[in-house]
Design a protein around this ligand. Structure first.
Ligand SMILES: [Fe+2]
Ligand SMILES: [Fe+2]
Length: 468
């Protein structure tokens, strides 16, 4: 029988539809070759995750913070898939927690030390991710799709997200780079390229940006649209819970609460960055939650735009929560505060209530986002139980510890107003007036006069449901 005369039953797709017979007969990679490649790709994904996490808090540009949050999530998930696959290929000890290449590590140390956003973007999206893409593409082309289908499959899935990351990153580079910054960076980018193609036995060239160590910067920064980052003048929760206030304008407070969640990725990134040596599943879960919180912020932004409101002009989004936690607490204490707040969001007065407010307001967008925000919060409570409660011992101790850490921060917080960092201007009346103008509503004088701020209710923890 020749290949030409063989056919499947009634010419149905052979090889389960994943390859032609010719492709299935080809000699692909050995396990050894496959694992070598997987380990290098794994290390790239893992260190890309680290790079996004370590740079998002101090990155001022809001859109980039959100993009880094998503790309960190993608890289954490694919790193997990790569680890699982290597574990299936009779390779113990897996050696997944050691670098496969000193030159590769130097690339990532250079990225972490990149002195500007432009340099970081160019290094990640124009050099490292394209190198990863080409490595995955070659791997897929050279492996036997039948014999090593599990590897082929994770590569195919990762490739679609690697492509998306490169596309998004290139769009950022195109908007932010100047000809001057581009030409200044050229020698450094060539240096990174050379390191990536380095022969393992070649001596390492001298460091460039990483010659000066770049410690993780946990102080949150915001771009110029965030003019009053210490403003605590508008107490969203007190307004939402006030049953005497009409429901129609309440989505504005929901959108504000969501947008303010920019501070959760800023804070969670610092926990992840400063908590080494956990099982990889910890980083996958924590980074998924970090991306969810970034999504919640974007949902608030979109909600404002959908309502015809220019949030950049009318809303003051503070960063006091991430700033206080990142600069005053240790990583486990920050996790304790997050857990304590998220547990408080689960009872009837928490996320379900916000969803009900969305429904009652008659604004379908706020109802939809609160529906999903509630579901995400249930997942986050599970993540808190799996990783924080298990680290503390039991849930009662975990809550008490979270309460202590949070109360301590609140007690010791400086008065931003007294220190001259904000005038605590009440921005609510102008926002509400603009919403009435755009939506054609007649302003309600009680709503317009709302002036409860966080200062007056700080002592009551239940009223200060911050973020998440
Ligand atoms: Fe959230
Ligand atoms: Fe959350």
């Amino acid at each position: 029988m020749s290949l030409l005369s063989y056919s499947s039953y009634r010419n149905l797709p052979a090889v389960a539809g994943i390859a032609s017979l010719e492709e299935a007969m080809r000699i692909g990679l050995s396990i050894e070759d496959c694992v070598l490649r997987l380990k290098r790709q794994h290390w790239m994904l893992r260190r890309l995750h680290e790079t996004f996490i370590k740079r998002l808090t101090a990155e001022p540009i809001y859109e980039l913070k959100m993009i880094f949050s998503l790309h960190a999530h993608y890289c954490a998930e694919h790193t997990g898939a790569w680890r699982k696959r290597v574990g299936e290929m009779r390779e113990p000890p897996l050696g997944l927690d050691h670098t496969p290449s000193a030159a590769l590590d130097l690339v990532f140390e250079e990225l972490l030390a990149a002195p500007t956003t432009e340099a970081l973007l160019a290094g990640v999206y124009a050099i490292v991710l394209p190198e990863l893409r080409s490595s995955i593409q070659h791997h897929m082309a050279e492996s036997n799709r039948l014999v090593d289908h599990p590897t082929f499959r994770i590569c195919r899935f990762a490739l679609s997200e690697v492509d998306e990351m490169i596309q998004t990153g290139n769009a950022c580079i195109a908007r932010l780079s100047t000809t001057e910054s581009g030409s200044q960076l050229a020698p450094w980018l060539a240096f990174l390229r050379e390191l990536l193609s380095n022969d393992e036995n070649a001596p390492l060239p001298p460091r460039q940006f990483s010659a000066t160590p770049a410690p993780f910067d946990s102080v949150p920064r915001r771009d110029e649209r965030f003019q009053d980052s210490y403003n605590m003048a508008v107490h969203a929760e007190a307004f939402l819970y006030d049953e005497t206030m009409p429901p129609e304008p309440k989505p504005l407070m929901l959108y504000y609460k969501r947008l303010r969640e920019i501070d959760v990725p800023e804070m969670m990134a610092s926990i992840i960055a400063e908590t080494p040596d956990k099982p990889w599943a910890y980083y996958v879960d924590m980074t998924r939650q970090l991306w969810d919180e970034a999504r919640h912020a974007i949902m608030g932004e979109v909600g404002f735009v959908r309502a015809g409101i220019d949030w950049q002009k009318f809303v003051q989004v503070n960063f006091t929560w991430s700033l206080a936690l990142n600069t005053r607490l240790k990583p486990l204490e920050r996790h304790a505060v997050l857990y304590f707040i998220e547990q408080g969001l689960m009872p009837k007065t928490g996320k379900r209530f916000e969803w009900e407010v969305g429904i009652a307001s008659g604004d379908p967008y706020s109802a939809m986002i609160q529906d999903y925000d509630w579901a995400d919060e249930v997942l986050h409570a599970r993540i808190g139980r799996d990783w924080f409660v298990s680290a503390i011992g039991d849930s009662k101790k975990a809550i008490t510890y979270g309460d202590q850490c949070w109360s301590g921060v609140l007690r010791d917080l400086p008065s931003y107003k007294t220190n001259g960092l904000t005038q605590n201007e009440n921005w609510w009346p102008a926002l509400y007036a603009e919403w009435c103008r755009v939506q054609g509503h007649f302003p309600n004088s009680r709503v317009f006069g709302y002036s409860t701020g966080y200062d007056s209710t700080r002592a009551d923890l239940a009223d200060i449901s911050a973020s998440s």
